[in-house]
Design a protein around this ligand. Structure first.
Ligand code: HEC
Ligand code: HEC
Length: 231
């Protein structure tokens, strides 16, 4: 994990506890090598082997959870289970193009082939674990109100308009159902500094930016608590 040093030490430590992503990466390479020797006839030039795909998925899960349910460590690792494949693809591309900033994921994303991205995004979409939970329950009713009706006085439209009544998302609009509340709080509190960072490419984050901007800290905590409870 050469990309992680200094301030990401705590994150690296969390990963190590989970089962060592370094080992996972070594395993990844080993499996890739073995499958290339063992099944040359089955290898198509562009498609990653089944073993390479499974090893990569395992690697993602060392951070994102064995069921893609997310993980609370030094940084919250977002839930990917049930996420819209088009959203996952667009975010991985956004990390590569630096439209979205995150030192860990920039490095993870840039080595993935389009075929691998297709496989991984579909694999995570197909997982359906229960939400991790853990948000303050007292905030949930107010969060539900914001999600369904917005905050008209602050020019905040209902979240459901785009993210769907069930918060499952659609296409490049993410699923929020079951997402870790602490991850949602972090993202909504810093949206304009992390997304849509390539001036020449006005990506879909421009839809979300003003909304994140107009929510108060309290409202962010409330709506984050609500979505984290949804299955
Ligand atoms: C070393 C830990 C680590 C590994 C390994 C890792 N991720 Fe991530 N991933 C993160 C963190 C941390 C974030 C949150 C970034 C942020 O806060 O903006 C993230 C965010 C993401 C997001 C954006 C989610 C969202 O809701 O916007 C996607 C998609 C993603 N990762 C996919 C993957 C895939 C696919 C793999 C495997 C190829 C992978 N990740 C491997 C740590 C990791
Ligand atoms: C006009 C459509 C629209 C509305 C309304 C909307 N969103 Fe979004 N939201 C988006 C889009 C599009 C994205 C993906 C942004 C990107 O690709 O960077 C997004 C992303 C997000 C993310 C980041 C998710 C992740 O996994 O990183 C959160 C959290 C979020 N929205 C919460 C909300 C909340 C809470 C509300 C209501 C207060 C809301 N959204 C209303 C369109 C919308």
């Amino acid at each position: 994990m050469k990309s992680i040093g200094g301030k990401y030490f705590a994150l690296a430590a969390a990963v190590a506890i989970l089962g060592a992503s370094v080992a996972a990466r070594a395993e990844d390479q080993k499996k890739g090598a073995v499958s290339q020797q063992a099944e040359p006839a089955a290898q198509k030039t562009v498609e990653p082997s089944k073993k390479a795909e499974e090893a990569k998925l395992f690697y993602c899960k060392t951070c994102h959870g064995v069921q893609g349910q997310g993980f609370r460590g030094a940084f919250p690792m977002p839930r990917l289970a049930g996420q819209q494949p088009e959203y996952i693809k667009n975010q991985l591309q956004a990390f590569i193009e630096k439209r979205r900033t995150n030192p860990v994921m920039n490095n993870v994303a840039h080595v993935l082939s389009p075929e691998m991205v297709q496989y991984l995004s579909q694999s995570f979409h197909d997982l359906n674990p229960a939400p991790l939970g853990g948000a303050p329950q007292a905030l949930v009713p107010a969060g539900k109100e914001i999600f369904q009706n917005g905050v008209p006085s602050e020019n905040v439209p209902p979240c459901a308009t785009c993210h769907g009544d069930d918060a499952k998302g659609n296409d490049k609009i993410p699923r929020l159902a079951g997402q870790l509340n602490d991850y949602v709080i972090r993202k909504l509190s810093n949206f304009e500094n992390e997304r849509g960072l390539k001036p020449s490419d006005a990506d879909v984050s421009s839809l979300m930016k003003p909304i994140a901007h107009n929510l108060t800290k309290q409202q962010v905590a409330e709506v984050a608590a609500y979505v984290s409870t949804l299955k």
